[in-house]
Design a protein around this ligand. Structure first.
Ligand code: ADP
Ligand code: MG
Ligand code: MG
Length: 251
């Protein structure tokens, strides 16, 4: 479904190569985790997939269900079913959370050639999904992420994801800054969305999250490349030994 081949990315502003040949395929229904030291290019990969500016793809390709993603505007990528939960969720002053969600849901429906969701159906759905994430009615009325705590922002990202029902979900360190209870809520939110047709790319520093979201495949990224791929045991190895052993082994 998501197929990344030999992806090379540099910064537009500086002549700095960040991704140096990433190969990764996420099959439908699978959860792939990416771990790796700080600065290895994990966030850059997620930004490039989502279509954020400032990066130049110098080599390689990315397709979603066989369609070239790199050619598309960010909106078109979202309409095609890609969703990115940010490491640092943005605040959108002046735009109510509920309005934002409904606009996003309807934009996606439109792109898929479906009818708009009725106000009543939307309200029912958003309340139900917000409740599961312990997001209260007050937070739904406030401007998107403005004044939300770190944990509330991350849960709000998962609410967006739950409402949009994307095909391919990318979570960039959604667990960072969360206490144990909030992490469990986020993990439950993700697990509730796991389904046969949906793929996940979960970027995380810690094995902890992967206790709750059981990955099918774990990749280790370092210096702009995926240097090792394995099963869930690879995350446990990192938790116990850090990255040094793996980096040495590969070097
Ligand atoms: P990770 O998410 O794995 O911690 P990042 O993708 O955030 O890594 O960063 C990878 C490398 O690219 C780091 O060395 C970082 O400093 C650099 N980098 C990323 N974005 C920029 C930028 N806009 N300007 C300068 N350096 C950047
Ligand atoms: Mg980082
Ligand atoms: Mg990062």
């Amino acid at each position: 479904m998501l197929e990344i081949k030999n992806l090379h990315v540099k910064l537009e502003e500086e002549n700095k190569q960040i991704l140096k040949g990433v190969d990764l395929t996420v099959e439908p229904g699978k959860v792939h985790a990416i771990m790796g030291p700080n600065g290895s290019g994990k966030s850059t990969l997620s930004y490039v997939l989502a279509g954020r500016g400032g990066y130049e793809v110098t080599e390689g390709s990315v397709t979603l269900d066989g369609v070239d993603l790199l050619d598309m505007e960010p909106e078109a990528r979202a309409a095609a079913g890609l969703f990115l939960a940010f490491q640092y969720p943005v605040e959108i002053p002046g735009v109510g959370n509920m309005t934002f969600l409904r606009t996003a849901v309807n934009a996606q429906r439109k792109a898929r050639g479906e009818e708009e969701i009725s106000a009543a159906d939307f309200l029912k759905l958003v309340r139900e999904r917000a409740k599961a994430l312990k997001i209260d009615a007050d937070m739904l009325k406030r401007p998107v992420n403005v004044g939300f705590s770190g944990g509330e922002k991350k849960r709000n990202e998962i609410l967006q994801m739950a409402m949009l029902e994307p095909k391919m979900c990318i979570l960039d360190e959604t667990d960072s800054g969360l206490d144990v209870d909030a992490m469990k809520l986020v993990a439950d939110g993700v697990n509730a969305l796991r389904s046969e047709g949906r793929g996940f790319l979960v970027i995380t520093h810690y094995q902890r999250l992967l206790d709750h979201i059981k990955p099918d495949v774990v990749h280790i990224m370092a210096a702009g490349r995926i240097i090792k791929t394995g099963g869930p045991e690879l995350a446990l190895e990192v938790e116990t030994n850090g990255y040094a052993d793996i980096l040495n082994e590969v070097a």
